[in-house]
Structures are given as structure tokens and as C-alpha cells.
Ligand binder design. Sequence first.
Ligand SMILES: [Zn+2]
Ligand SMILES: [Zn+2]
Length: 251
Amino acid sequence: MPDNLHTSLLLEAGDYLYFFDAGESCSRTAHLLGHDLTRVRAVFLSHAHMDHVGGLPNLLWTVRKLHGLSSHPGLVRQPVSVYTPNMASWQAMNEFLTHTEGNFSLDFDLAAFPVTPGAIFEENGISVQALPNRHIPPETTVSRVFRSYSFRVESGSASFVFSGDVADVSEIAPLILHRHTDLVLVETGHHGVREVCAWAERYRDNIGRLGFVHHGRAILNDPDGQLALAREYTNIPVFFAHDQQCFDFVT
Ligand SMILES: [Zn+2]
Ligand SMILES: [Zn+2]
């Protein structure tokens, strides 16, 4: 839809960039915002649906391309880590990349790691906690292999929660219980405004701002009406995110 590219968040912290999901055009949007993509340190994928991973091959290809440009100022050959709940999807993507220019040979380290429940990343003052959800149910009821996740990210005293896609918005409650969260980003591709706001209102003391991402038809068709509805259901400052929207955090 116009002005609504696929899902991706970019966190800039210190000298590093971190992507949360990598929907189509994420690298181009980051570039247009003035970010140097050779500073990408890690990519965290909530799940392997195309609207969340479709931009990853081009993002990695672009980082490689920038490394190859001798005129690129201030280049640091830092490793790039991809965290994914679906290693088979990653392996297929990596195979795909090996058939691109130069067989995708790299002069920096690129590695993939499985997303598992709990703390998955702690570095440079950034911590990432992963919580499985049922957007993609485990293959069997006894399986401990989860294929879709929500994330909580902290840096100093700043924090945000990103739902990814969820079967039920209440699934992300463990990420906000008993602690403050500056920004909670919830997908409304599968959930209505009333449902999300009614849920969030129960945790209003814990949520600084509530942002909707991954908009469904109701918001795309009537953003003003849906925003007015949202403000009826919650007193938390609420907004509907748009492409290239930026937030500052005080750490
Ligand atoms: Zn999905
Ligand atoms: Zn999605």
C-alpha cells in the first residue's frame, strides 16, 4: 500500500545499527534516512514470513557492496549476525546469495544463530530478549522449536517491545509485566484497534507510548477514524506508525 512498506525497524545505538525484521526495501529506507549500512551489527527476525524477511538478501548484498567500495569512508569490517527462528529459511537465503555477484564471497564475518526463548543478545549496552508466540504454531504440540517471536530491547534505561506478528496480542504481556517500557509496537495486521487498546489499557502504567505497525485494512482505509477509536479505548499516547518514522530514546 502507498507509504506502507513491509515490516522493519532499525535501532541506532552508539556506532552500531540493529535491524528488527527486514521486510522489502529496509536497506533502501535506512539509506534514505542517512544510515551507513556498514555499521549493521545484527539482524533479528521475528519469523520467516516474506513481509518480514524479504529485504534481508538485498540488505546483506548491499553491506557487501559497500565493503567493496574503496572510496567508502570510515569503513569498519565488523561482523554481521543474523538471528532467526527458522534456520532452514536462512540456509536457503544464503544459498540464494551464493549465486549472486562474486558468489557472495565476503571480507567480513556473517553468521546466523537460532532465536530461542530468553536472552539472545547482549553487547555494546544493548540487550535483546525473545519471547515465542503462536503466530506460527510449533509443528507439534510437544515441540520446543518455536518459529515466531516477539522481542524486548533495552539500552540503559530505554526500552521498546516489538510484537512481530502474534496470534493474540496478550501473548506479549510477559515482555512488559512489572517494568516500564518506553515504546510498545504492536502489529494490527491481524488485530483490531479496539482489541489492542483494550489490552494495553490494562498495562497503562507500564507503557510510555503505544505504536501500531503492520497495519490492517481497517487502519489503511480509515486512519483518522481508527485513531479516534483508539483514543476512546486508551489514555496511553497512541499513534499509527508510518514509513521512515523516527523515535528518540534517552538512555
Ligand atoms: Zn507473519
Ligand atoms: Zn506479517
